[in-house]
Ligand binder design. Structure first.
Ligand code: BGC
Length: 767
């Protein structure tokens, strides 16, 4: 016993002291030379921490397993004390004292919650988004967390998929910049104790689940993977993301978690990734449900050999890998590789030097939900709102008269934050009603009525609530009350749409219109003949065709986070000018999905803007092809005009740089942001290329009446595409250069690439 204690104390001292001196490779090799096979496998096991009470952590199943060296990391446990209790078991009770890596889904903020990622992306504000990740890291790390399962960079073209709320929309270029910005924001250089490790997810193609149904089949060409879906994962890897998470779906028929091509070949060999790969929740076990493999032992071996390093919650690695090694089905080299990558992550985070680095109790009061953090969240929320319609300049509202606030989201706290808010503290957040009341003070009267349920069917509403309920009542009675309240008002503001958990994981919708009873109430409100403003709460692109025809103003507010209420008041009353631009195409009808601006032309296209059906053309009998609101779209309280594009040269060689310049003028009477967008089309390539692709943008601030020349430098890298092996290809020919305020309204000019064809091998995937 005494000898054990001495060994433990000694190994802890050796670990912590030597970590500060030895370089990572040497330190990890030395540590691994002292580890048994079971201890190595233990490092590959990630578990939910469960409910821990500080004093009794060691008596829990997880506590016992940590002491036995059977757990490498835990996740989704809130509280520095509790985390410290588990960390102490790892450090003081396990044989080698290896610290735990402690994760959480800190997706868009910790206690200060930022807009859902889809909303954030509509700000096009990369600095603001990076800062949101930095703040999330500072708060989470003040509470013991050192690893977040974010950014989620899955491209999604189908708004039925509930998890489109967690990503940055439909564009690979913008998605890449956002993914990289978030990685930088979370991680910094790990030298401090307020940076945490990012985990890029879900690798790969999860956003392409067929029919938008969560966890569904994915099947796509490699050309499309490399050009449309992979770029954000690659960009996040290149930004130095410490870890990747595999996805639930299949890729080329093989579950991503066991997909050797995807992980070993593309991620590690082709993109030269140097972090570690964790599975998604239970996804090793789910390989069997896909109909692949015989049993947990076989699929665990498949996953490990494909390049997966850590098993989240399947217990497959822990319970089967030793036997697989003994049977010669898994090599020690594979175990060592995975163990090394996990230990390296802990080293990079500085956990060997100080296992309690992230458990400083004093930081909570200083770092979490501070005024500074809340201001950043409020600003970014306001920037995420997209003004879709503003007939007769109904907005901004004046702070005067009587304003009726109607709708199931008007006086609700928990629903303001949207999905994925493990650490949130809703009791501290305001409702829209409170935000409006605070903003108008005694200058105007705010009347409120809930007006209806979220969804008429109680079971559907309940299924979409997931811990964030909206009270239910009798629809007819609530509607009558709301109409009576609205009759007294000068203007009606509707807080309607989806409740927070109607998007997010396992929250797919087959129809994406305003839910039934809300639509019914809205129709009655419109009949009152007063100005109606719709604040559309949503975690996805929704269909607003009727609303667009009948409501005066529509502002898409997504789920703005903890400061939603004040941010809405800021924009509604004009203290801030709306500046969000859509990062998803909003359809006219659900039957159009998947809908995206960067589509291929087909052999029988109809022109964008076509207003009728054409026989033997690629269109529908009943609905036109265009989005109701296109990618990149967003109104302001001011107006902007765009001049014509001037190119520094109409032709270029492969090594040339051509400058495209356009003059943008603020022609209205408010100072405001605009997002100037550059799109390019390759008109004559060896494979079919999109009708346009975003290749640059600049978010500019223009004072009323001010104009500015905006220039984009166009070089060969912006004219390339990937072939089906992931090599970069540059082909001479004609390109269209387009600049505009959204993907539909652009000025166009041709550019000729005169150079010769080039193919740059970026890797050896598939060889
Ligand atoms: C989700 C991941 C998440 C993980 C851990 C899974 O169900 O797909 O996005 O990070 O759970 O909570």
């Amino acid at each position: 016993m005494k000898k054990n204690i001495i060994t433990l104390v000694f190994s802890f001292l050796v670990l912590s002291l030597s970590a500060q001196k030895k370089p990572m490779e040497e330190f990890v090799s030395d540590l691994m030379s002292r580890m048994t096979l079971q201890e190595k496998i233990g490092q590959l096991n990630l578990q939910v921490a469960g409910d821990i009470t500080t004093g009794s952590a060691q008596d829990t199943q997880v506590g016992g397993a940590i002491a036995d060296g059977k757990i490498g990391g835990v996740f989704n446990l809130k509280g520095a004390d509790k985390i410290r209790a588990l960390q102490e078991i790892a450090v003081k009770k396990s044989r080698l004292g290896i610290p735990l890596i402690v994760g959480m889904d800190v997706i868009h903020g910790y206690e200060t919650i930022f807009p859902i990622p889809l909303g954030m992306s509509c700000s096009w504000n990369l600095e603001g988004i990076e800062n949101s990740a930095r703040i999330a890291a500072r708060e989470a790390s003040a509470d013991g967390i050192c690893w977040t399962y974010s950014p989620m960079v899955d491209i999604c073209l189908d708004a039925r998929w509930g998890r489109s709320s967690e990503g940055s929309g439909e564009d690979p270029y913008l998605g890449s910049l956002i993914g990289a910005a978030m990685v930088k924001g979370y991680q910094g250089d790990y030298s401090r104790n307020d940076n945490i490790m990012a985990c890029v997810k879900h690798y790969a193609l999860y956003g392409a689940s067929e029919a938008g149904r969560d966890y569904n089949t994915v099947d796509m060409s490699r050309l499309r993977m490399f050009n449309q879906y992979f770029p954000p994962y690659k960009a996040a890897a290149e930004a130095g993301a410490g870890s990747f998470m595999t996805s639930f779906n299949i890729v080329d028929g093989v579950p991503a978690t066991a997909n050797n091509w995807l992980i070993n070949e593309v991620l590690y060999k082709q993109w030269k990734y140097d972090g570690f790969v964790v599975t998604d929740y239970g996804s090793i076990g789910e390989i069997l449900s896909h109909g692949v493999g015989e049993d947990l032992k076989e699929v665990s071996a498949m996953a490990l050999k494909a390049g997966t390093d850590m098993d989240m919650c399947s217990m497959g690695f822990l319970t089967t890998l030793e036997q697989s090694v003994n049977e010669g089905k898994v090599s020690l080299t594979d175990i060592d590789r995975a163990c090394r990558r996990v230990l390296e992550a802990k080293y990079k985070l500085g956990l060997f030097a100080d296992p309690y680095k992230y458990c400083d109790k004093k930081r909570r009061a200083k770092n979490i939900y501070t005024d500074e953090n809340r201001t950043a969240a409020r600003n970014l929320a306001a920037e995420s709102f997209v003004l879709l319609k503003n007939e007769n300049n109904v907005l901004p509202l004046k702070k005067q008269g009587v304003i009726a606030l109607i709708g199931p989201l008007g006086d609700n706290r928990a629903n303001m934050v949207g999905t994925w808010t493990v650490a949130y503290t809703p009791e501290r957040y305001s409702t829209v009603k409170e935000g409006l009341e605070r903003a108008v003070g005694d200058k105007a009267t705010i009347l409120y009525a809930q007006g209806c349920n979220v969804v008429g069917d109680a079971a559907v509403q309940e299924a979409g609530a997931f811990g964030k309920p909206v009270p239910r009542g009798d629809d007819a009675k609530m509607r009558a009350e709301a109409l009576a309240v609205a009759a007294k008002a000068d203007v009606i503001v509707c807080a309607m749409g989806e409740s927070a958990e109607m998007s997010g994981e396992s929250s797919s919708r087959a129809d994406i219109v305003m839910p039934d009873v809300q639509q019914k109430l809205l129709k009655e409100l419109v009949k009152l003949g007063k100005p109606v403003v719709l604040l559309n709460f949503t975690g996805r692109a929704t269909v607003l065709t009727w609303e667009n025809e009948n409501v005066d103003a529509i502002m898409n507010v997504w789920f703005g986070g903890s400061e939603t209420a004040d941010a809405i008041a800021d924009v509604l009353f004009g203290d801030k000018v709306p500046c969000g631009h859509l990062t998803v195409s909003m359809p006219q009808a659900v039957g159009q999905v998947p809908l995206y601006y960067n589509s291929l032309n087909t052999g029988r296209p109809v022109q964008s803007g076509a207003d009728k059906y054409y026989k033997y053309r690629s269109n529908y009998l009943d609905v036109r092809n265009d989005a109701l609101f296109p990618f990149g779209y967003g109104l302001s309280y001011t107006t902007f005009s765009y001049g014509d594009i001037k190119l520094s040269s109409a032709e270029m060689e492969n090594d040339d740089v051509v400058t495209a310049t356009i003059t943008v003028k603020n022609t209205g009477d408010r100072d405001a942001y605009d997002v100037v967008q550059l799109y390019i089309r390759d008109l004559a390539a060896s494979v079919s290329r999109p009708v346009k692709e975003l290749k640059g943008f600049e978010r500019i601030w223009l004072k009323s009446g001010q104009s500015r020349e905006i220039s984009f430098k166009i070089d060969a890298s912006m004219l390339c595409f990937y072939d089906a092996e992931g090599n970069t290809v540059l082909e001479p020919g004609k390109f269209d250069i387009m600049i505009g305020a959204d993907s539909r309204h652009v000025k166009t000019t041709p550019l000729i690439l005169k150079g010769s064809k080039e193919r740059v091998e970026t890797g050896r995937a598939g060889e």
